[in-house]
Ligand binder design. Structure first.
Ligand SMILES: NC(=O)c1ccc[n+]([C@@H]2O[C@H](COP(=O)([O-])OP(=O)(O)OC[C@H]3O[C@@H](n4cnc5c(N)ncnc54)[C@H](OP(=O)(O)O)[C@@H]3O)[C@@H](O)[C@H]2O)c1
Length: 283
């Protein structure tokens, strides 16, 4: 700590400072993860399971959720349940949260991972598509779900347990005037909303010892990321890996009570190679 502040302590002490900011153990904490059937959410669930968390998974694809559940139980031996439901269905989501709290013993970590992106041309887009993206990515999938989960998380303070909420945003909101984003307006709007909501909620929930973080990242090698590329399909090897996002979520969940990482941004570290361009070059 002193070394970090430049008080003449050897650089090696920075490691001690780093370790001191981390809570050692997520073992037996309960994590509720939406979007856990595939992509980034699946990797977040795997990493939380590796850390000893009890898990409750949500998505719409029951078969995919069962595969993730079985993998987590087989590899990490932690309790893991799932519910196949749509995050837009408030009744189903409230029932899922109740089941999680009753059967796994509470809710410590909420990961709002479910999200969709659909590219549509402005003169042809059906506004119902815009409504759906806003509902999944912001109104229901983030705002309503947080409202429903908070009463469970408030109880953790009395038990001397931590609570963390993590939203998944996008690096693209920093650069929204980029022509690459024409056609995905509601996606950008929803993620800008997620960032504003996270900032306000970090204050709203601080008295209850609930940390709120938003993880904004660039193109990641998932179904959504591979479909969303502004120049065709990005070579998956040149994009952020879902494991990288999961590692950042673990960092957020393990920070000490003295610190809240309100926003973390991840960008690809390699120049993105566009497979569409590669194909064109061969023609
Ligand atoms: N990949 C990227 O480049 C990137 C970049 C920045 C931010 N993000 C964000 O990261 C999050 C995860 O994206 P991803 O890349 O992992 O996408 P993905 O591979 O397409 O996975 C999306 C996940 O969301 C679930 N989902 C979608 N709509 C749902 C609904 N209505 N109800 C319940 N679950 C739903 C899907 O499950 P089912 O199909 O089983 O419902 C799936 O598990 C999203 O919020 C996305 O905006 C992604």
């Amino acid at each position: 700590m002193r070394g970090w502040r430049g008080e003449g302590v050897a650089v090696a002490d920075a490691g001690a400072w780093w370790r001191g900011t981390m809570q050692a153990d997520l073992k037996d904490q309960v994590a509720f993860v939406t979007g856990a059937s595939r992509g980034v959410g699946r990797h977040i669930a795997l990493e939380l399971g590796r850390s000893g968390c009890r898990l409750f998974l949500v998505g719409r694809d029951a078969a995919a959720l069962e595969r993730v559940r079985a993998e987590i139980v087989q590899r990490f031996g932690v309790p893991c349940l799932f519910e196949a439901c749509d995050v837009v269905d408030d009744d189903a989501m409230q029932a899922a949260l109740r089941r999680c709290a009753e059967e796994l013993g509470g809710i410590n970590i909420l990961i709002c991972g479910a999200g969709q992106n659909r590219r549509r041309e402005i003169t042809r887009v059906d506004v119902a598509v815009w409504d759906q993206v806003m509902k999944i990515n912001l109104l229901h999938g983030v705002m309503h779900l947080t409202r429903f989960a908070v009463p469970y998380m408030i109880q953790n303070k009395a038990r001397n347990q931590s609570s963390t909420v993590v939203y998944l945003g996008t690096f693209a909101i920093r650069d929204a005037v980029n022509p690459a984003y024409v056609g995905i307006e509601p996606y950008l709007a929803s993620k800008a909303g997620v960032n504003a909501f996270a900032s306000v909620m970090s204050n709203t929930l601080r008295p209850y010892d609930i940390k709120v973080s938003v993880l904004n990242f660039g193109l990641a090698a998932t179904e959504l990321g591979l479909r969303s590329g502004p120049l065709g399909t990005g070579d998956p090897n040149t994009l952020i890996q879902p494991e990288d996002v999961a590692a950042a979520v673990l960092y957020i969940c393990r920070t000490a009570p003295t610190v809240a990482p309100l926003e973390i941004t991840l960008i690809p570290n390699r120049p993105v190679v566009w497979q569409q361009q590669q194909r064109d070059a061969k023609l």
